[in-house]
Design a protein around this ligand. Structure first.
Ligand SMILES: [Mg+2]
Length: 266
């Protein structure tokens, strides 16, 4: 029995996480983390080896240094925190985080990034209808990723890792980030929608009082997203493109109201 889908056109505002929701940057992040942690684990003899499951359990959706600390803590490894301006070679939480960021930036510049077709189509549809849109991302690379993907202009506000540091917002799963996003966009969370692919992000949105938290399952798992606070879980945002979305649940055979250069995603 398909879940009934909310109608994002009727929301007061919609706040999107970035990595893994709008752009497949999670893959770029995952590759960068693996390069860094494989090296650290091997040199320090840390076991068990770093896996993609560790990414989802300890790193995904958190601020960079919190992710490093959380993962190392899971292996009972204590490392000095260091400082945000530690060089990438420094064997500190911050140094390891900065090393990962350098690997990420290098990959982004070399390969570029394109938004998920379903996400782009939904953002275009909501934007054309005048629904206020914002981005709530833990990443300090959010502006660069949005610009590289060519979608920055759709969003009235961006609350990212840079804003979080400046305004002292706690890392997801704290309510801080999504609460700040709603305030910046000028919308009431009780009448708005948050879209997240990470359990920490779904928990943040739920704690911030969002009536509807859409979990996009890119690997975290539908059950884990629901347990964290997602009120509905989808595989891709293209399910919201159907005219019947909001009343009839999943759209398989209904005509799709999409942009002119329609892409076959089914
Ligand atoms: Mg994400």
């Amino acid at each position: 029995m398909p879940e009934a889908l909310p109608d994002p056109l009727r929301a007061e505002g919609v706040l999107f996480d970035l990595d893994g929701v709008l752009t497949p940057t999670a893959e770029v992040h995952m590759r960068a983390w693996k390069v860094v942690f494989d090296d650290v684990f091997e040199r320090w003899g840390i076991t068990p080896a770093y896996t993609d499951a560790d990414y989802f359990d300890y790193v995904d959706g958190k601020k960079r240094y919190d992710g490093v600390a959380s993962l190392l803590h899971s292996r009972n490894v204590e490392v000095p925190w260091g400082a945000v301006d530690d060089p990438p070679e420094a064997e500190t939480i911050c140094g390891i985080g900065n090393r990962k960021n350098a690997a990420f930036a290098q990959s982004l510049r070399a390969e570029g990034i394109a938004p998920y077709p379903g996400s782009l189509a939904l953002v275009e549809k909501l934007s054309a209808a005048g629904v206020p849109l914002g981005v709530v991302s833990s990443s300090k690379n959010a502006e660069e990723v949005l610009g590289t993907a060519g979608i920055r202009s759709f969003f009235r506000i961006v609350v990212d890792g840079v804003v979080a540091e400046r305004e002292n917002l706690a890392s997801k799963p704290s309510a801080d980030m999504f609460r700040a996003g709603a305030v910046a966009l000028g919308v009431d969370p009780a009448h708005s929608i948050a879209v997240e692919d990470a359990t920490s992000g779904a928990a943040s949105a739920a704690a911030a009082g969002f009536a509807i938290v859409v979990g996009v399952d890119r690997g975290a798992g539908a059950d884990a997203l629901r347990d964290a606070g997602a009120t509905v879980v989808v595989d891709d945002l293209d399910v919201f493109l159907s005219d019947s979305a909001g009343s009839a649940g999943q759209a398989d055979s209904t005509p799709q109201a999409t942009s002119s250069d329609d892409q076959e995603t089914a």
